[in-house]
Design a protein around this ligand. Structure first.
Ligand code: ATP
Length: 303
């Protein structure tokens, strides 16, 4: 292959329960991920030089293109692990807002893994890609599988869930991002948490039960994000946005560590109407219509 185009989705956490930090510093999670149809595109072109280069267009033009970029890290990890003699130029077209709590960086890593797997003819199976993905970041395995999943551990231990309905969302994205590690630090400070060897994490059983049914209102009632208070403490403007959203939609939730706020709507046309209202009410924010569940990272063109 000379050229492969893959796409990888953003995610929302329908529920995000967080325990005190483990001895390794990671927080144990019990979460329900939903992939939504906002995709970054990852194009990889084979090069004879054994190097990986990266360019970015769209929303991420200011992002670093060195090894700290997860797309480049993903390509280089594959190259080293499997002694690939060729190189690749990676181009990411970003539509997923950066540092938005939508795991855009993880999506780019997942898209690069599936694209380079085909480009370099590695023939790695899904289980191997998931293992490599988990080395790159806790949200990368879910960006590979997509759809709907229960996540435990750091979020990398996944169990697929069957949706009883399509979910229609309006995402309010923020021009100013929020750092995930900072939100977790604030969470620990608010909760008075220290590192512990073992702990119980609040579970998501009730929400997972209603997910299998078509009941959108019951789902909205059970959506929860344990990081919300920490994000609101760092960014009081987000709490004000949630208050101004009021009863628009079935329920509102902060996505991941924020600052994106996701409004769940009854159905497709109601979501379109809410998006129109939100555009007028919040001209300072981005308004993105999204539906879930959506496919995980997948190859669209290979030649
Ligand atoms: P997280 O997945 O940690 O919850 P997030 O969803 O809030 O993060 P991302 O868009 O994934 O936000 O970006 C978080 C940070 O990761 C960015 O500020 C950036 O410094 C770094 N990063 C590295 N590679 C990428 C990438 N390809 N796209 C976006 N951010 C990246």
């Amino acid at each position: 292959m000379h050229y492969v185009l893959a796409s990888a989705p953003a995610k929302i956490n329908l529920a995000l329960r967080v325990g005190p930090p483990r001895l390794d510093g990671f927080h144990p999670l019990d979460t329900v991920f939903e992939a939504v149809d906002v995709f970054d595109d990852i194009e990889v072109t084979r090069t004879a030089e054994p190097t990986v280069t990266l360019t970015i267009s769209g929303l991420g033009e200011d992002l670093p293109t060195d090894k700290s970029n997860l797309a480049r890290a993903a390509a280089e990890l594959l190259q080293e692990r499997y002694d690939v003699a060729a190189g690749a130029h990676v181009h990411v077209t970003k539509r997923i807002p950066v540092a938005g709590g939508l795991a855009g960086g993880s999506a780019d890593a997942a898209g690069t893994l599936v694209a380079c797997n085909v480009l370099w003819g590695l023939d790695l199976d899904a289980a191997e890609l998931l293992r490599i993905g988990a080395e790159l970041g806790s949200d990368v395995p879910f960006a590979l599988t997509g759809n709907l999943a229960h996540g435990t551990g750091r979020g990398e231990v996944l169990e697929a869930l069957k949706p009883g309905a399509m979910h229609c969302w309006v995402l309010l994205t923020n021009p100013r991002g929020l750092s995930t590690p900072e939100v977790f630090r604030e969470f620990d400070a608010i909760m008075g948490y220290e590192r512990v060897s073992e702990t119980l994490v609040p579970d998501t059983v009730a929400l997972r039960d209603v997910l299998a049914s078509p009941q959108i209102t019951a789902l909205g009632d059970l959506m929860v994000n344990d990081l919300a208070e920490a994000a609101f403490s760092l960014r009081p403007d987000l709490r004000k946005i949630v208050a101004r959203i009021g009863t628009l939609g079935v329920a509102t939730i902060l996505s991941g560590s924020g600052p994106t706020i996701a409004i769940l709507a009854e159905d497709f046309s109601t979501a379109d109407a809410i998006a129109g209202t939100a555009k007028r009410a919040f001209p300072e924010l981005g308004v993105v219509r999204a539906n879930g569940p959506a496919a995980g990272a997948h190859v669209r063109v290979a030649r």
